[in-house]
Design a binder for this molecule. Structure first.
Ligand code: FES
Length: 81
């Protein structure tokens, strides 16, 4: 049975739990993280984050299910993070 929640490790050291299928931008905000955005439609790439090493566009992707139950988030491109 798949867990309904995944643990998310954020670049600011926070750990939160999120439901699979949750909206990245919203749960990031709840963790105190502001993901930069531009188009909010999946085309500009401003909102890219790395999730377990894989680049995703936070404005259109959802929290995936993960066998280990843990996802590690990093910022993909902005050197100031
Ligand atoms: S805000 Fe433009 S791709 Fe997400």
């Amino acid at each position: 049975m798949k867990p309904a929640l995944v643990q998310i490790q954020w670049p600011n050291g926070q750990n939160t739990f999120a439901a699979i299928g949750a909206d990245w931008l919203r749960i990031a905000m709840e963790a105190g993280i502001v993901i930069p955005t531009g188009c909010l439609g999946g085309s500009c790439g401003a909102c890219e984050i790395e999730v377990n090493g894989k680049i995703v566009r936070a404005c259109i992707e959802r929290v995936p299910s993960e066998k280990s139950g843990k996802l590690k988030v990093d910022f993909a491109s902005d050197p100031f993070w």
